[in-house]
Design a protein around this ligand. Sequence first.
Ligand code: ADP
Ligand code: MG
Length: 257
Amino acid sequence: MTSMSAIDTASLSGTAAPLVTFRGVRKSFGALEVLKGIDLTVAPGQVVALIGRSGSGKSTALRCINALEPISAGELEVCGYSLHRPGVDLRALRQEVGIVFQSYNLFPHLTVKQNVTLAPRKVRKLNRDQARELASEVLAQVGLGDRMDAYPEQLSGGQQQRVAIARSLAMRPKLMLFDEVTSALDPELTGEVLRVIGKLAAGGMTMVLVTHEMAFARQVADQVVYMHQGKVWEQGSGKMLANPQTDELRQFVGSGL
Ligand SMILES: Nc1ncnc2c1ncn2[C@@H]1O[C@H](COP(=O)(O)OP(=O)(O)O)[C@@H](O)[C@H]1O
Ligand SMILES: [Mg+2]
């Protein structure tokens, strides 16, 4: 508890070190430059929503944060790691930064509990009882405490995505990244996943999420970042969606995406 209140005090007084800092980050794939100088800061406890058209560079920016993509220029600090420098311990980084994708990729032959505890059992050498306790804790966080022994195929898409979120939580990340995690789901299953993410956000989890759910972005995000053609085009609180300053964001919001 003491460390938690220390973080609160620090963030209130604005002294908490950011968990993520982009400084002039550029990223190219061959001749194609997809990030053209990104500056962005994520403070502890903040929820940042990345929005924008398909191809604007949102996923690439997100994937740079846990070094799934190396950056081409600029500086990127994540949880104290300088990703622009050589020799970063990627395994250590990825234990602190969880990522959840649109496709949940659970192991079909493993139970929910086994899926969720596979990585922590390996990395943190948990015994059977500790693994079970961890599974029950993180599955409760996603509202699936009673489905520990189910197999993925016995669950709906929304439930499977919630298991994928629990699997990420089981590593006790400091930062969570979500890339359009509801895009593959039927509309009636989207709400349950967004509610879980909203609850994590309210609980103080620091997160960066790429989403097409504008109402959700407006509600949960402390900072909304509109990306356009590889740049941060417009940035502000959720209120900026109601009052865009650029033609591009106005069109994007107006298009209902
Ligand atoms: N691994 C890759 N190799 C080549 N081009 C890529 C790769 N990943 C993304 N791109 C290109 O980078 C641009 C931005 O993609 P992306 O970051 O996925 O955008 P968004 O998530 O906003 O739709 C697109 O033109 C895409 O085709
Ligand atoms: Mg994308």
